[in-house]
Design a protein around this ligand. Structure first.
Ligand SMILES: Cc1cc2nc3c(=O)[nH]c(=O)nc-3n(C[C@H](O)[C@H](O)[C@H](O)COP(=O)(O)OP(=O)(O)OC[C@H]3O[C@@H](n4cnc5c(N)ncnc54)[C@H](O)[C@@H]3O)c2cc1C
Length: 236
């Protein structure tokens, strides 16, 4: 059912473009993260002070994701869209394997899933250390086992939030994303949530760079992580 619904044609499809070079007359604006932008620049045009600042900026941790598709039958009808499960308040909301965020958008917008089904996304919000995953072969048993081990906390939170009608065995779609997934699909250095710059102690960099005609925007620039900071860019 889900496989049929997801198949290309039902979703947006873009033809693959051939490699193209576009020459900018006025400026280039990058909204890739500061680390990913740095990697794209020829070393000889980058002042040492600029690369040093980027390479010494601390990063927030990465994410674990759990995407599920399951039958709505037996699930309580008053299920809410958003749930936050905090396992131990003493450990704080930025401790690893502690806080799970869950959204079930199909409770509000049923056509986000096939008729009679729900889609659910659970994630660990920027608390999964990339180091645990670094260098693992995504096809290895070690990687699969680590995914099973580190996603267990999300499964338990989903069982708690969705209630007794939910069964993990009956899920028709089960996709676990790791920091390596996050790095690969979002093309973010080390799958990071973004720069770990603390309000009150430091500020996010501005939008100009020491490289003439190169500007940066997005969550590596002021005012920092979050979708709101994208609005000024959209308004330009
Ligand atoms: C699970 C999750 C939940 C979140 N929840 C919230 C929330 O509730 N509220 C909120 O305000 N914020 C939230 N955020 C944060 C917010 O989504 C991000 O801060 C924001 O989307 C960052 O946007 P951006 O355009 O700066 O970066 P990105 O969205 O990372 O965009 C950068 C783009 O650059 C592309 N790119 C990288 N390298 C290249 C290259 N070489 N060539 C071409 N393209 C390249 C990438 O593919 C990517 O599309 C959340 C983030 C996550 C991961």
């Amino acid at each position: 059912m889900f496989a049929e619904w997801y198949k290309p044609g039902g979703c947006l499809e873009y033809p693959l473009m051939e490699l193209q070079f576009i020459r900018a007359k006025k400026a280039v604006v990058s909204n890739a993260s500061m680390w990913d932008t740095l990697k794209l620049l020829p070393q000889e045009v980058v002042p040492k002070s600029y690369s040093n600042r980027i390479n010494t900026t601390s990063q927030c941790e990465s994410f674990m994701h759990l995407h599920l598709g399951f039958d709505a039958e037996g699930i309580r009808s008053d299920l809410g869209i958003h749930h936050i499960v905090v396992n131990d308040w003493e450990r704080g909301v930025d401790a690893d394997q502690n806080v799970v965020l869950i959204s079930v958008p199909s409770v509000l917008t049923p056509n986000l899933a096939p008729i009679g089904k729900h889609v659910l996304h659970a994630y660990l919000p920027g608390t999964e250390p990339f180091e645990l995953w670094e260098g693992l072969d995504r096809k290895s048993a070690e990687y699969r086992n680590l995914k099973a081990q580190r996603s267990e906390i999300m499964w338990r939170a989903v069982e708690r939030a969705v209630g007794p009608g939910f069964s993990r065995e009956k899920c028709e779609v089960k996709l676990v994303g790791s920091p390596l997934t996050h790095q690969r699909f979002l093309r973010r250095n080390r799958g990071t949530y973004g720069p770990a710059i603390q309000a009150g102690t430091d500020t996010f960099p501005g939008h100009s760079t020491p490289i003439p005609h190169l500007y940066c925007c997005g969550d590596s620039t002021f005012p920092g992580i979050g979708v709101l900071q994208l609005l000024p860019v959209v308004q330009l």
